[in-house]
Design a protein around this ligand. Sequence first.
Ligand code: GYE
Length: 323
Amino acid sequence: MKSVTFKVASAVLVFLALIPGAVLAKDSIVLGFSQVGAESEWRTANTQSIKEAATQEGITLKFSDAQQKQENQIKAIRSFIAQRVNVIAFSPVVETGWEPVLREAKAARIPVILTDRAVSVKDESLWLSFLGSDFVEEGRRAAKWLVGYAPIQELAAKGEVNIVELQGTVGSAPAIDRKKGFEEVLKDQPKFKIIRSQTGDFTRAKGKEVMEAFLKAEGKKINVLYAHNDDMAIGAIQAIEEAGLKPGKDVIIVSIDAVKGAFEAMIAGKLNCTVECNPQLGPQLMRLVKDVVAGKQVPRRIVTQESVFPQESAAREFPNRKY
Ligand code: GYE
């Protein structure tokens, strides 16, 4: 009897070994991840975190870079569906236009996790869970810091505070929400005026270019720059210096992300404050993926914990920064 059981068991093993797919499916979860691109320091750190966490957790990662184009993300998601991955995760470059491809994923019974950025879809059953920051709150934090900053309070006591805004990618969740949160706080502050607002697409090059245009149009009238990410602020710092002005003094600058580049700029006195947005979502994402595959109930929304770093804290905090 024993030897019959043994023979059957080894036959099954030999059979499984002959079908690599069957063994793989049993051993390793396959995650298809569609990334926005490599537009910022934040994004690079986010990609690294996801790749490292997948390796650490033994999850097979199919990674695709969309170069900031929605059509590339849609193609990548379709290819993940065709490959029958276990879970699809993606960071949507813009909020709208996802219904058709997400319906295809649902029809194929592949769960979808939103990472970092949200989508705007009527049918909420098209995605399972959303892991990332509260971008509206980040916008509020930037504005609250500004309103409480002593040199700005002095300025407001004498007259108006003129702000220029560098927005993120048009139609992206962080650009929409960071604008919203910032404006929400300033609407009770009649002295604070946003005199120009334009997209810099979250990149240094575009941030510099748009800031040059702002300076040409408004010159010394500009008191404050609010940039939706650090990279655009760093690009704008260059433009401000080239215009013969002092960033951090003539123009007070607040931005979002808290990447190392922002800390360096703060230590040099050129940036006044950065609001943290944590890109290290990899470990949490892999935990979610495992729970989803195990059939466990997962939270609908997981919000990242973050803080605010004014210039005075930069030198002290810099050695602890991981991205
Ligand atoms: O702030 C910016 C990046 O979606 C939170 O995208 C992310 C944003 C981040 O390009 O630097």
